[in-house]
Ligand binder design. Structure first.
Ligand SMILES: *Cc1c(COP(=O)(O)O)cnc(C)c1O
Length: 413
């Protein structure tokens, strides 16, 4: 039993009445007939994101090509400007972050830079629970070096199909490993890894450490500089609310500024040389070096608007509410779904510090329940074969939403 929560819709409304972030809900396109719990899949549209896109369209109409250099937000500097806005979310300096590419592309760009098999050190260490796209990308990076992923891509196994043990990861850090590449939070179970500890263990063994922040940026704080992480990357459309297919982001620790980027294009050139006619590559002296191409101005605009809302709420306050919301979900699941005779099981860590922004609930009939949940206006993430991911946004999900969600799942069971 918990002394923090009680059952029933009245208690949920009480929690909403006491919620210090409640005022942010009206900024988002919440709908009365929809309980939206897919904040980790595609965050909802905010007024700020929409206004920023409209502003970018107006600038296009008014300025034409002059928009690249004119105005308060010249398009040429989009990657750096929108990157710098994300730096506080990950504990980085503004010039260590750029808004560019997508999650998978950024993984490629960074691996092309940091993965240099040499002598005995030829392997990439990753895990079997990561989102398949990351593993596919790592396989191709290994193949590009003329190596066989079956030998040179080591995937740490999960003992239970849900979680990773940090000790198992460290045990796999042999002197054959060149690069460690892991998720900060696992997309299915929301388990958060101890990034600081894993990075230290990697460095002690001469291994470069990179992380995919797709499931933690925007909902939990990070301290990448303090943790001494080498590189990281993420997408803009999950907890960051940047809109479908929004531009992604990447971080390179300033210790690596000046290291030759493994993939290059004209946006990685220092701005003062970008339009030089000579075929001489002057690499930018900061994270800009890892951007390749002309920025996606409209998607970056939506993300810029969305980041303003996150900044206003504050990432610490967002994390604090997220933890209460996921604890409340665990409480409701314990009371209404889980139990020795139940077919439901919990797929998420119970300890606050190991839990990201969502709660995974597993049931063998989840696929059958899903359309019924949708009919009742409940939008969960579903992962084959049996997992609902209940992902409330601290910016727009109410406790009443969470009560309704778990009470409905009980009714559908
Ligand atoms: C969402 C997500 C992706 C998505 O990749 P895109 O390149 O943005 O399509 C990749 N990896 C992880 C871990 C994700 O969570």
């Amino acid at each position: 039993m918990s002394d923090e929560f009680s059952l029933g819709p009245d208690f949920a409304r009480e929690l909403d009445a006491r919620d210090p972030l409640a005022r942010f809900r009206e900024r988002f396109d919440v709908r009365p007939d929809r309980v939206y719990l897919q904040a980790n899949g595609l965050g909802l549209a905010s007024r700020e994101a929409e206004a920023a896109v409209q502003r970018a369209v107006s600038e296009w109409k008014e300025r034409g090509h002059r928009g690249w250099e004119d105005g308060e937000r010249p398009w040429l500097a989009t990657a750096e400007r929108v990157g710098a806005l994300q730096a506080p979310l990950i504990g980085a300096a503004p010039d260590e972050v750029v808004a560019t590419g997508t999650t998978t592309q950024n993984l490629h760009v960074l691996m092309a830079t940091f993965y240099h098999p040499q002598g005995r050190r030829t392997k990439v260490l990753a895990d079997e629970l990561n989102f398949p796209s990351d593993v596919f990308a790592l396989q191709s990076q290994v193949r590009l070096r003329g190596l066989d992923p079956a030998q040179h891509l080591v995937l740490v196994k999960s003992r239970d199909g849900r979680f990773l043990e940090e000790d198992d990861i460290v045990a796999a850090m042999t002197d054959e490993v060149a690069v460690l590449m892991l998720p900060s939070a696992i997309y299915r179970s929301a388990q958060m890894l101890d990034v600081a500890w894993l990075t230290r263990a990697a460095h002690e063994r001469g291994i470069v450490a990179g992380f995919d922040l797709a499931h933690s940026i925007g909902v939990t704080p990070h301290a990448l500089d303090a943790w001494d992480v080498d590189f990281a990357f993420w997408c803009g459309y999950k907890w960051l609310n940047g809109g479908p297919g929004a531009v992604g982001g990447l971080y390179v620790n300033r210790r690596h500024f000046g290291r030759a980027a493994g993939m290059t294009g004209w946006f990685g050139v220092a701005p003062e040389h970008q339009f030089d006619p000579e075929l001489v590559y002057h690499q930018a002296p900061n994270a800009r070096a890892w951007s390749l191409s002309t920025p996606h101005v409209f998607s970056a605009a939506a993300l810029e608007g969305a980041l303003g809302v996150i900044r206003e709420a504050g990432i610490e306050a967002i994390r604090a509410k997220s933890l209460v919301q996921t604890r409340y979900l665990l409480y409701l699941a314990d009371q209404l779904l889980l139990g020795p005779a139940s077919a439901w099981s919990l797929g998420t860590p119970r300890e606050d510090h190991r839990r990201g922004g969502h709660v995974a609930l597993e049931h063998p009939d989840a696929a059958r329940m899903r359309p019924h949940a949708l009919e009742r206006g409940l939008h969960f993430g579903f992962k084959k074969p049996d997992t609902f991911r209940v992902a409330p946004s601290p910016l727009y999900s109410t406790y009443a939403d969470l009560w309704q969600a778990i009470a409905t799942l009980r009714d559908l069971t």
